[in-house]
Every structure is written in C-alpha cells, then in structure tokens.
Design a protein around this ligand. Structure first.
Ligand SMILES: NC(=O)c1ccc[n+]([C@@H]2O[C@H](COP(=O)([O-])OP(=O)(O)OC[C@H]3O[C@@H](n4cnc5c(N)ncnc54)[C@H](O)[C@@H]3O)[C@@H](O)[C@H]2O)c1
Length: 259
C-alpha cells in the first residue's frame, strides 16, 4: 500500500476531489482526518472509509475560524499519534469581477483560500518536524498559473498559493518537509457549477452551468472535464514517499490546458 502507516489531514473532504482523496489515501493505508464544514458529508465519508476497513475521523467546522483551522492538527495528532501529511484543499471561487467588488466577498475569498491554509500549515509544521519530515500539498488551480478573465480575486489567491509553495519548499526542504501544489483544471465537482453560475461570470447566452461544465473541460487538449479521482491520484503521488524528491512544484492536472 502506498500510504501505509501514514497519518494525514484532508480539508474540504466532504465532497469532490477532497472526498476522493480521503477515500483513496485511506484505501492505501493512511489514517485520515476528514475535515469539512458540512457535518453530514464529513460523517458520510468517514462511514464509507471505515466500512471498507480504513481508519478515519471526522472533524466538522469552518476553516475560516483560526481556532478550528489550527485545532484540526491537534485533534488529528491526539487521535492518531502524529502527523505525516496535510492536503490543504479548501478554497472557493470568489467574485467574478473587480467592478462593483463586494469587499466582504473579497475578504472571505482571501481568508478561505489563503489565510485558513496558512493557519493549518503553521500548526502542522512542528508536528511534521517531530516525525522527521512530511509532506504538505496545497490546492492551487490553473488560475494560479494563468489569468482567468472572470476570477480576479481567485487569481490573486491561487497565484499566492503557488508563490507560498515555492517559498516554503525552499525553507523547509532541508528538514525533509516537502511542500507542493496541485493545479486542477475544470473538474467535475459541485464547485465547478458554482463557479460558472456566479451572477457576474458572464454565462454566455444559451448556456447553463451544466453545459458549460462540459464545455470548459472540452476546451483542453483532452476535450473533457477532469474527474475528482484524477486529481486525487496526483495528490496521492505528491503526498506519498514516491515523490520523495519532488519539492516546490505546482503540478497542473488539467488535461494539457496550460501546456
Ligand atoms: N472544481 C474545480 O473545477 C476546481 C478547479 C481548480 C481548483 N479547484 C479548487 O479545489 C478546491 C475545492 O474542491 P472541489 O472542487 O473538490 O469542491 P467541492 O465543491 O466538491 O467541495 C468543497 C467542499 O468544501 C467544503 N467547504 C466549503 N467551505 C468550507 C469552510 N469554510 N470550511 C471547511 N470546509 C468548507 C464544502 O462543505 C464542500 O464539501 C478549492 O480549493 C478550489 O479552489 C477546483
């Protein structure tokens, strides 16, 4: 098994890619803390993992609350006895235009995409150090690698995450703590529907969020939208010891869209 005896945290694990990752990592032998705002979804993922013989705990709460973002690390260590990896997956699209910008929405987008993952990472570093190293993965986006006309705040946040990954990778590599990012293209999850349906995201006439979900994916060389499991597969590699010399990368998993 590719994650035997590893202990880790996956945020936004109640749905989509985070859910796919938590289930996959547990199937590969990891003990997983499933973290999500949605308690029912969190519990359902934990039930699914334990029913298949895996080890998981559910931690439900709002990661924009600093205490919770920190506490998930302490709860995981208390329950499983240490920490080897974190997938900081939580995030949200934010406003689609800077004209008439809702500054509360701006603050929330930065708080969730940037601040919350920093708080969790700060709490996680001493725990990884105590185990002689570990791996932290952030979810950026192709919008952390190239401009997106309808996601200015998301661009700020996700380019920021890619920059953070490169800085932290250089700082902590000598402690055997690897820091990487995964950069998904449009992936078939509830968030993609939220993304394309935002009131100011200029949904073209005749399109619905559902038709656009298919078309957005279709705009890449592989002509399809990504599936959550395909991003979870990349996360599995980056978090596992198989990537023992991979540090500071922002890996596009986008069917070649950013090629
Ligand atoms: N879906 C895409 O096309 C796409 C593409 C690139 C990057 N991303 C990134 O992937 C991540 C989202 O993943 P997904 O598409 O698998 O989403 P999803 O919609 O399937 O799941 C998001 C989960 O996050 C949880 N959540 C929301 N706010 C939270 C909070 N404050 N605290 C704790 N949990 C919270 C929700 O309850 C939900 O279960 C984000 O970082 C997003 O920027 C998504």
């Amino acid at each position: 098994m590719r994650m035997e005896n590893k202990i880790g945290i996956v945020t936004a694990a109640g749905s989509g890619m985070g859910r796919a990752g938590a289930i996959r990592f547990a199937a590969e032998g990891a003990s997983v803390a499933v973290v999500d705002l949605d308690k029912e979804a969190t519990d359902a993922v934990v039930r699914q993992i334990t029913a298949s013989g895996g080890k998981a705990i559910g931690l439900s709460g709002d990661l924009t609350n600093d205490n919770f973002a920190r506490d998930i690390v302490h709860q995981t260590v208390k329950q499983f006895g240490g920490l080897d990896f974190v997938w900081n997956h939580v995030g949200s699209p934010g406003p689609a235009s800077i004209e008439g910008l809702d500054w509360k929405a701006f603050d929330f987008t930065i708080d969730l995409n940037v601040r919350s993952v920093l708080v969790t990472t700060e709490a996680a570093l001493p725990e990884l150090r105590a185990r002689g190293g570990g791996s932290i993965l952030f979810t950026a986006s192709t919008s952390g690698l190239q401009g997106s006309p309808y996601s200015p705040v998301y661009n700020i946040a996700k380019f920021g995450i890619v920059g953070l990954v490169k800085g932290l990778a250089k700082r902590y590599g000598h402690e055997n703590i690897r820091i990487n990012a995964v950069c998904p293209g449009p992936t078939d999850t509830p968030m993609l529907r939220v993304f394309v349906a935002r009131p100011d995201s200029q949904l073209p006439p005749g399109e619905t969020p559902e038709t656009l979900v298919t078309k957005r994916g279709g705009a890449n060389p592989m002509r399809r939208t990504g599936q959550p499991e395909e991003i979870a597969n990349a996360a599995l590699f980056l978090l596992s010891d198989e990537a023992s010399y991979v540090n500071g990368v922002a890996l596009p998993v986008d069917g070649g869209a950013t090629a």
